[in-house]
Design a binder for this molecule. Structure first.
Ligand code: SAH
Length: 253
């Protein structure tokens, strides 16, 4: 059995900073940022939220560019423990929600191994925010009774076959980190009879002034996305619920 770890009295916050629009930060997150002497923040965290930091707070950027961590995850974990040892109150800010494709679990575990407990402050995940900002309900009694959050980023194997079996008849799929592999994902999904007609939307830079939305079907979205040069961060939403947007447009005519 492993030795019990000695618990240390510090305040460590693992915070979801929301999808981009700084006004989507929670009051709880603001309070934690204000209380912190050191703050680690990611690429997808809007730097505007750092306006709430105390003067002189140690602000550490640990973001990544083009899918590569500038600082590898192991080093981020070490840095967190180091900062926790140095300061009384530390905030770790992540884009969206820390527990949805945010590696928050890994950091929580690493801190726990070193005796630090962590308060987790949820954030608005980009799927919920993007859908809200384009007026697309992710569930609806007539269109979608389930939501699947799925990553389009395949670590090593590049095997996208799980997308072939996705049955989106009355479900909505939201794919995080999927734009780079859009072609492969769509190719797999189109293998299933009838799927190529499924409607799809891609939202780039959701909730920010630079937000863009493209729409199509599984059959034509790759061409539309390459034409419009959609780049990460972007979310892919697939399912019949996208037709609901047409319905609202019709009603509003
Ligand atoms: N923890 C985050 C997700 C991190 S994974 C969350 O809860 O939202 C990173 C992926 O999230 C991006 O590749 C993209 O698919 C999505 N994402 C995050 N912010 C986004 C934004 N403002 N617009 C579109 N997609 C976003």
């Amino acid at each position: 059995m492993s030795q019990p770890v000695e618990k240390k009295e510090k305040k460590i916050y693992l915070i979801g900073a929301g999808p981009g629009d700084p006004k989507l930060l929670t009051l709880k997150a603001i309070e934690a940022i204000q209380a912190s002497q050191a703050i680690l923040y990611d690429q997808l965290v809007n730097p505007d939220v750092l306006q709430y930091a105390q003067p002189g707070a140690n602000l550490v950027f640990v973001g990544k560019k083009k899918g590569k961590h500038i600082i590898p995850q192991d080093d981020i974990n070490k840095l967190l423990v180091e900062l926790a040892g140095t300061y009384d109150t530390v905030s770790r800010l992540k884009g969206g929600d820390p527990f949805i494709f945010g590696r928050g679990g890994e950091e929580l575990e690493h801190l726990a191994i070193h005796g630090y407990s962590c308060e987790v402050i949820p954030g608005i995940t980009s799927a919920a925010a993007a859908a809200a900002y384009i007026g697309l309900p992710l569930t609806h009694r007539n269109y979608s009774s389930q939501i699947i959050f799925i990553t389009g980023h395949k670590k090593e194997d590049g095997d996208y076959s799980e997308f072939t079996s996705l049955d989106l008849h009355d479900k909505t799929a939201v794919i995080y980190m999927g734009v780079t592999a859009l072609h492969e994902i769509v190719r797999e999904m189109c293998r299933k009879e009838g799927n190529c007609e499924l409607p799809i939307a891609i939202i780039e830079n959701a909730t920010l002034p630079s937000q863009r939305v493209i729409r199509g079907t599984l059959g034509n979205i790759v061409e539309i996305a390459s034409h419009t040069q959609i780049t990460p961060p972007a979310l892919i939403i697939i399912g019949n619920i996208i037709k609901f947007m047409d319905r609202i447009e019709e009603v509003m005519k």
